[in-house]
Design a protein around this ligand. Sequence first.
Ligand SMILES: [Zn+2]
Length: 737
Amino acid sequence: MISKTSQPLFKNIRDILDNHSSLFDAYAKLEPLILSIFGASRMSLFQRRKQHQDLVARFKTGKETTEIKVPISPLSIAGYVALAQRTILIDDPYNDAELKAIHPRLRFAGKFDKDSDFKTANILCVPILNAGVLLGVMQIINKRDGAFSDADIENGKMVAAVLGEKFRYELGGTNNPFDLLVHKGLLSQSVLDVLQDETPDTAACIQRMVSEHRVSEQNIGEALSTHYQVPFVSFLPDKYHLYEGNSKLNLSYLKRNLVAIIADVDDKPIVLMAEPNNAALLMEMESAMGIDSYDIAVGLPKQILQYLGEGSGGAPGEMSDILDEIGSSAEESEEQVDELSDDAPAVVRLVSRILHDAKRMDASDIHIDPEKNAPTRVRMRVDGVCRDMSQVPNSHHSAVIARIKIMANLNIAEKRIPQDGKLSFRINGQLVEVRVATIPTVAGEGVVMRILASGGAMPIEKMNLAPTTHRRIEEMIKKPHGILLVVGPTGSGKTTTLHAILGYLNTPDKKIWTAEDPVEITQPGLQQVQVSPKIGFTFANALRAFLRADPDIILIGEMRDKETAHAGIEASLTGHLVLSTLHTNSAPETITRLLDLGLDPVNFSDACVGILAQRLIRTLCGKCKEKYIATEKDLAFINRQYGPDYIGELNLPEPLELYKAKGCDHCGNTGYKGRTGVHELLGMTPELRGLVYKEASVEAMKKQATKDGMRSLIQDAIFKVIKGDTDITQIQSFSSD
Ligand SMILES: [Zn+2]
């Protein structure tokens, strides 16, 4: 459709481009020529920038060079043309309806108009392509007499094609995705031709280059990067993860089109495509995700599939993918999908993924909660706080529960009564043990899994004991006999503490027996026994057995009843060091509890060397915690809770600097990461012993113990606030003690 008169103009354009080393240099001569073709008054030439995924147009105004940058997105006219790779004609850029008809979010910035007295009346905008790869955008503005015509569109395409050749040359693009391999001498042109001829499927073709011609994936990636003018991203699971929004897209669609939305550590989304010049696909992705800001990168088909969870070496795949897979078959009737039916592999992988995620996040518990007529909730407790993780379609609830029950050797058919068992799985070669409890609810069977701490004992130095407490506890456990109790509610870290103490005491000259339920932490050198009350092997039985087995130190997991408590005291009075736990809230209260159980006050106070009460509190994220000057309110709280008689020992500086939670990527924006212990260590002194004989009140014993050196949980917590481990809000929970 080119009029004969314009033909010489194209030749002129070519000549100008050939005689200048860059498009920018040629611009001054090029502009009047191109404008004369269209009879228009202005033009902009945008060049695509490979590393930035945007377009940049440069203008010379006098001595200055101005740059305009626009992202490749529907938020601007040039950006949209680059994204959609189609020519558009706009009769009035100020007519919103006209823009909306092209793309719902298309905008005309009009910045130029605002900054000058120029008014944009109409626009012809053409993508500049070469070998199907977008290199830039040409924008022709304000046709002098009336509107742009079909002939202008055709001329626009011709000019763009001529410019495309020049752009390609300037940007170093290639005609064929694999040309760079030939250029580098990694493949000969004839081999490449044969390969592409015999193997039209790109993924298979790349596979042949790797396996038959020893071309590295990195080299192939670089060739693709040069051709498509976007960065190459290989499979680096430590650096990139699937973007959250990826789960909104249908997995099989993504796999079929070899596209994944990944994100880097800053969670910046990257659309990773095997063919980044597939504008239609990019447009679909763009509208499905509903985000404007993202990068585009080229990936190898195999590696894109790896991001999507395929063939990643036996790993169970991403939760979202498995759920997606399950979701696509969720229309089946509910009765049909019971136990491990057709969906078995997906369900097996789903349970496996839940367990892996829990371990990876360092969760202590996993809750699988059935809901009536709603998806099953999967929650995990991390650092003591429950978090929603994912949902499982209602139709697959029983299959998931059945899978867990099979793994834990529980009766699948029995759904009316609670059951408990244990399962184990491997992650990175490490065996992880999980205690499983099923509980029937009105909405169905629920499961709670406790992930048992694995690995060895924590060194006593890592317990974050206050210096005085540290010194006092070492004195206590050096005694050859007596009983030391570690007390606190479930999940307060008692087992960790006991094993830290055992680790300290564990030397070849001592015989150490432990009776635990369950055995969570193992240490070489200890004789550890798993008790099983169900078959009549109780803590008391184990203790009696140990006494016949020449022990020096005995750990009794818990003094649940009078019989065990009594046996523990007896053992400690006959020359053994006994360690045990109790579910009590404070150290002084423990004494009253044991006396209430019917223990003899004289025997107990003679045997007891100490009682350590403890809690875990959340610690501030080290990457984002914020320093501030303590407020009047903070100071009043600290004074009141630490007590006027003891506050002096803290030697508080003035002004007092404390820390508070902020939130960053490292801590999932919570401001907290990990937990630490707070401790209350009561030592048995002659004065306190006198009060135990008299069965004095908890208050009286607490007062005496404090005089003897004990600091309460809240006092220790305040010490840790001042140390910067945690903030005041975290310790207000037990300020009522
Ligand atoms: Zn943080």
